[in-house]
Design a protein around this ligand. Structure first.
Ligand code: NAG
Ligand code: NAG
Length: 457
């Protein structure tokens, strides 16, 4: 029987966080559930395979190279990532070999078919990872990490799903990760910290001067995260602070300020009457409480409504106290933005594709948002088909991104002379990596967890 501390304060070198308790409890799962060793074909909606040789850094791996697998269980789908690195320098040599996404997410499978069905839905992802050249399953650690979709399902079902997935991974040909890091639900703060590790690993900035690291923010459907390196004495005690090498990294997450949640809550809360300003001129909608909304396409009015909504949110979050400043002071690198940020930028830019890398100032983003709000409903067309309801409210989207970055986080509209603060880099991909938290999770497991003595015997 293995015995060790679960993933928690020790692993992150956490100095203080309200997230600790949640993390510790999420990490302890009971080992019941399915035994499953066979495979089955699954529906694979989107495949992206990266030929190893095209990636930057360390395409020539020695015979000792390590591989690792992270399954990102999101609310709308699950995605597997296969990584490879040299054990002598994991952060400096890691590459993303391949990734595959399937729909729907495990939380939906769990609701429809129970925990066993949710676990089995992952088999095509394990099969895919196993089939990658250079992957020796017996030497490849596999991690399952879930985000908002799994946070929202009822605790008993969540526990059963995690137990079933953990058993599936133990029974699979892959190397079982250390207990506590096999199957778990990430807290928002962990997501923020992994975001930071992802961007700085992709930029090859880990292990160097903390002052010379990039800040990062992501906008999900349910929550939004921000992370940057700072000095511990500048950090209010209610936020998560982790130490990676010499860098103290602050990670904050705001559940409820993700794009979908914010729009849904604004349409049903005290701000609903003001929401007409966020809809294109001529658009009509009915709010959750039956208020008839008529679009006025008023960018400034929309910003005001959003500001009031965020202020109410912050007042609840900080119980009336003034919110701590959350803007990074480090001016050497731009802010890297991913998830719905680049998707939103693609809409505002009227681009056909989500930009892999696109730099804009906040002033430019504001100009784009203002222009989109000014187009009447019957005239608005985009090159990129608008998917979700949120994307179909582009006037809201632009105003919301600007209000979050400028109003809430305090980034300036234009960078001060000689500074990158206020330069926004919208990244769907960065140096050959899909930009999202799994790269950071893998780097954590390869570099920081062993160094912190988290491995169990
Ligand atoms: C692989 O690891 C062994 C043992 O640590 C070491 O002696 C050897 O030089 C390594 N080989 C390569 C190609 O890095
Ligand atoms: C987007 O580009 C298309 C094609 O050039 C154009 O017809 C459309 O009006 C543009 N939409 C906006 C909102 O600028």
């Amino acid at each position: 029987m293995m015995a060790c501390r679960v993933f928690g304060a020790l692993a992150f070198g956490l100095l203080g966080s309200t997230a600790q308790a949640a993390r510790a409890s999420a990490a302890s799962v009971e080992q019941t559930g399915v035994r499953q060793a066979t495979t089955q074909a699954g529906r694979q909606r989107r495949v992206s395979v990266r030929p190893e040789g095209r990636l930057r850094g360390g395409a020539d791996f020695g015979s000792n190279a390590s591989t690792g697998v992270v399954i990102d269980a999101g609310s709308s789908g699950s995605r597997v990532y296969v990584f490879r690195w040299e054990p002598s320098d994991p952060a400096g040599t890691i590459v993303e070999l391949a990734s595959l996404r399937i729909k729907p997410g495990v939380s939906k499978h769990a609701r429809l078919g129970g925990a066993a069905a949710a676990a089995q839905s992952l088999l095509p992802l394990l099969e895919f990872a196993r089939a990658q050249p250079g992957v020796q399953p017996a030497e490849t650690q596999v991690h399952f990490m879930a985000t908002a979709g799994m946070r929202l399902i009822e605790p008993a079902l969540q526990r059963d799903v995690l137990a079933a997935v953990e058993q599936l991974l133990i029974d699979s040909p892959f190397l079982a990760a250390r207990p506590g890091a096999r199957a778990r639900v990430l807290s928002g703060e962990e997501e923020a910290l992994y975001d930071w590790l992802s961007v700085n690993a992709a930029l090859r900035l880990l292990g160097g001067d903390p002052e010379r690291t990039a800040s990062v923010t992501d906008l999900g459907g349910a929550s939004t995260q921000l992370a940057f390196a700072t000095l511990p004495e500048h950090v209010p005690h209610e936020v998560a602070l982790a130490r990676f090498g010499h860098a103290h990294v602050l990670g904050v997450s705001r559940l409820g300020l993700g794009m979908n949640e914010a729009l849904a809550n604004m349409l049903s809360g005290p701000s609903q009457a003001a929401m007409g300003s966020c809809l294109a001129r001529g658009a009509r909608a009915t709010s959750a409480h039956g208020v008839e909304l008529e679009g006025t396409g008023d960018y400034d009015g929309c910003r005001t409504a959003i500001r009031a909504f965020i202020e109410q949110y912050e007042a609840r979050r900080h119980a009336g106290a003034r919110a701590p400043p959350t803007m990074p002071s480090n001016g050497q690198w731009p802010l890297y933005l991913f998830d719905n940020f680049p998707k939103g930028a693609a809409i505002l830019l009227n681009a056909t594709d989500v930009p892999t890398e696109q730099a804009l100032t906040l002033a430019q983003l504001e100009e784009l948002g203002r222009a989109v709000c000014a187009v009447p409903e019957d005239a608005i067309r985009f090159q990129r088909p608008l998917g979700t309801a949120q994307e179909r409210s582009p006037c809201f989207l632009g105003a919301y991104m600007v209000e979050l970055l400028h109003g809430l986080y305090g980034f300036p509209l234009s960078p001060p002379p000689g500074s990158q603060v206020g330069v926004l880099k919208f990244v769907a991909e960065l140096n050959g990596f899909s930009m999202n938290w799994p790269l950071g999770a893998m780097v954590f497991e390869a570099v920081y967890a062993p160094a912190a003595g988290v491995a169990c015997a």
